[in-house]
Design a protein around this ligand. Structure first.
Ligand code: PMP
Length: 431
C-alpha cells in the first residue's frame, strides 16, 4: 500500500481524532516513549511501516497471529469468504466447523459459543458461572488480564499494570476509573501461583493457566491441579482463560499440556487467524444454560462472523503436531539466545520460556506472581525496546507483554533478532 506520510505525521493526526491516537492503549508507546510506527502492511515475520521501514515483528498482533502475517492460506480463505458476503445475522456452516474443531482439540468444550473478542468470551463465561451457580463472587489472580469488562479489571496486568489508581478517589479500583464499586464488590483478587482457600460463596476461579500479561509467569507445579481440587471442594467452577494459551501452548492448549480440566474455557486470538473472534466453551450441562436454551443471556450481531470463522479454520488447519514442535524449538532458541545476549551485556535478565511462549523479565530473579513480576526494570525495558527498534526489531511497547514467535520466524529471522539483541543490550548497558 503506497503511502505518502510519516509515522510522526500520522500520530499527530491520529491524536487529534482518536484519544491518544490509538485504538488500544499499549500501542501509543506510553510506557516506552517516542512515536509509534504505523503499519502499512505485513508478511510472515515482518511488518512494514508507512515510511517503508521493515521490522522483524515479535508482537504478531499479541498472539492473534501464529502462522505469520498474511499467510496465503488464511488470506485466500478470507477473500473467498468475503466474496460470499461479510455478515448475515444467520447461522453458517463454518461456525459449526469451527466449534467442532475446537471441541476436537479441547474435549472439555462439549459446547462452544462464538463471540468477537477475548473480552466478550471471559465476560460471558463469568455471567454463565454466576447464573449456573447462583453465586456472585469471583476469584481472580493479581496480574492476570481477562479483557476490559468491569468486574475483571481489578489488579489486571498488561497495559493496566502501568496505570496508577488515583489515591484521592476512594472509589477508584486499581486499573480503571469508571468502574463502579459495585461492579467489583464481588471480585476477590489473590496472588498468582498460590491456591487460595475458598468458601461456598465463590462462583468461580478464573485464571490464566500460564500468566502472560505480567511478563510470562508459568504455573508452579501443582498450582492448576490445586485450583481444580479447591474449586471442587466448595462447589465453585474453574474457568481457564486460554485466550493466549489456547491452540498455542499445544493442540489442546494449557488444559491439554498440564492435564487439568476446567469447567469453562475462554479463547480468542489464534482461533480467529487475526480476525475478530473469541469463544467460550465447556460442559454441555453448563453451556446449555445459555440463551436460547437457558436463562443466561448473551448475543452478538457479528458473532460467528463468516470472515472470522474462515480465517480461524484456516489457521487451525496449519496447526498440526509438527507445527507445535517447531514453535517450541523456535521459542527455546530465541529464549536461550536472548538470555545469553542480554546477560552477556551485563543486564539482569530472566527469560522464562514455556512451550512456545517467552517473556523478558529484567531482574535477577524469576517472577512467580504480580509482586515479583513488577520488579522488572521498566526503564531498562524502554531503552532496550528502542535500541531494538532502531535495529529493526519490534518487541511489544510494554514491559509486561510477552513475545510471540510464530511459524514464520525461521532460524535466519531468529538469528537476526539475536544479533540485534546483543548489539542493543550492549548499547543499553553502556548508556
Ligand atoms: N484474556 C487474556 C489472557 C488476554 O491476553 C486478552 C488480550 N490480550 C484478553 C483476555 C482479552 O482479549 P481481547 O483483547 O480480544 O478482548
Amino acid at each position: 500500500m503506497p503511502t505518502h506520510t510519516t509515522n510522526a505525521d500520522l500520530f499527530a493526526r491520529a491524536q487529534r481524532v482518536i484519544p491518544g491516537g490509538v485504538s488500544s492503549p499499549v500501542r501509543a508507546f506510553g510506557s516506552v516513549g517516542g512515536t509509534p510506527y504505523f503499519v502499512a502492511r505485513a508478511e510472515g515475520p515482518h511488518v512494514w511501516d508507512v515510511e517503508g521501514r521493515r521490522l522483524v515483528d515479535v508482537v504478531q498482533s499479541y498472539g492473534a497471529i501464529i502462522a505469520g502475517h498474511a499467510h496465503p492460506a488464511i488470506v485466500e480463505a478470507v477473500a473467498a469468504a468475503a466474496a460470499d458476503g461479510t455478515s448475515y445475522g444467520a447461522p453458517t456452516e463454518r461456525e459449526v466447523l469451527l466449534a467442532e474443531e475446537i471441541r476436537t482439540r479441547v474435549p472439555a468444550c462439549e459446547r462452544v459459543r462464538l463471540v468477537s473478542s477475548g473480552t466478550e468470551a471471559t465476560m460471558s463465561a463469568i455471567r454463565l458461572v454466576r447464573g449456573a451457580t447462583g453465586r456472585d463472587r469471583l476469584v481472580k489472580f493479581a496480574g492476570n488480564y481477562h479483557g476490559h469488562s468491569d468486574g475483571l479489571l481489578a489488579d489486571a496486568g498488561s497495559a493496566v499494570a502501568l496505570i496508577e489508581a488515583d489515591p484521592s478517589d476512594p472509589t477508584a479500583v486499581p486499573g480503571s476509573a469508571g468502574v463502579p464499586r459495585g461492579a467489583v464488590a464481588d471480585t476477590v483478587v489473590v496472588p498468582y501461583n498460590r491456591v487460595p482457600e475458598l468458601d461456598d460463596t465463590v462462583a468461580c476461579v478464573i485464571v490464566e493457566p500460564v500468566a502472560a500479561n505480567m511478563g510470562l509467569v508459568p504455573p508452579a507445579p501443582g498450582f492448576l491441579a490445586g485450583l481444580r481440587a479447591e474449586c471442587d471442594r466448595v462447589g465453585a467452577l474453574l474457568v481457564f482463560d486460554e485466550v493466549i494459551t489456547g491452540f498455542r501452548l499445544g493442540r489442546g492448549g494449557a488444559q491439554g499440556r498440564y492435564g487439568v480440566t476446567p469447567d469453562l474455557s475462554c479463547f480468542g486470538k489464534v482461533i480467529g487467524g487475526g480476525l475478530n473472534v473469541g469463544a467460550f466453551g465447556g460442559r454441555a450441562d453448563l453451556m446449555d444454560q445459555m440463551a436460547p436454551l437457558g436463562p443466561v443471556y448473551q448475543a452478538g450481531t457479528l458473532s460467528g462472523n463468516p470472515l472470522a470463522t474462515a480465517a480461524g479454520l484456516a489457521a487451525l488447519d496449519l496447526l498440526d503436531d509438527a507445527a507445535y514442535t517447531r514453535l517450541e524449538a523456535t521459542a527455546r532458541r530465541l529464549g536461550e539466545g536472548l538470555a545469553g545476549a542480554l546477560g552477556a551485556a551485563g543486564l539482569d535478565v530472566v527469560v522464562p520460556v514455556e512451550g512456545p511462549l517467552l517473556g523478558i523479565h529484567l531482574a535477577a530473579d524469576p517472577a512467580v506472581d504480580y509482586d515479583t513480576a513488577r520488579t522488572t526494570d521498566t526503564a531498562t525495558y524502554a531503552r532496550l525496546f528502542h535500541a531494538l527498534l532502531d535495529r529493526g526489531i519490534a518487541l511489544a511497547p510494554g514491559p509486561y507483554e510477552i513475545l510471540f514467535p510464530g511459524l514464520a520466524h525461521d532460524d535466519a529471522t531468529v538469528d537476526e533478532v539475536l544479533a540485534a539483541a546483543g548489539d542493543a543490550a550492549r548499547a543499553v548497558a553502556e548508556a
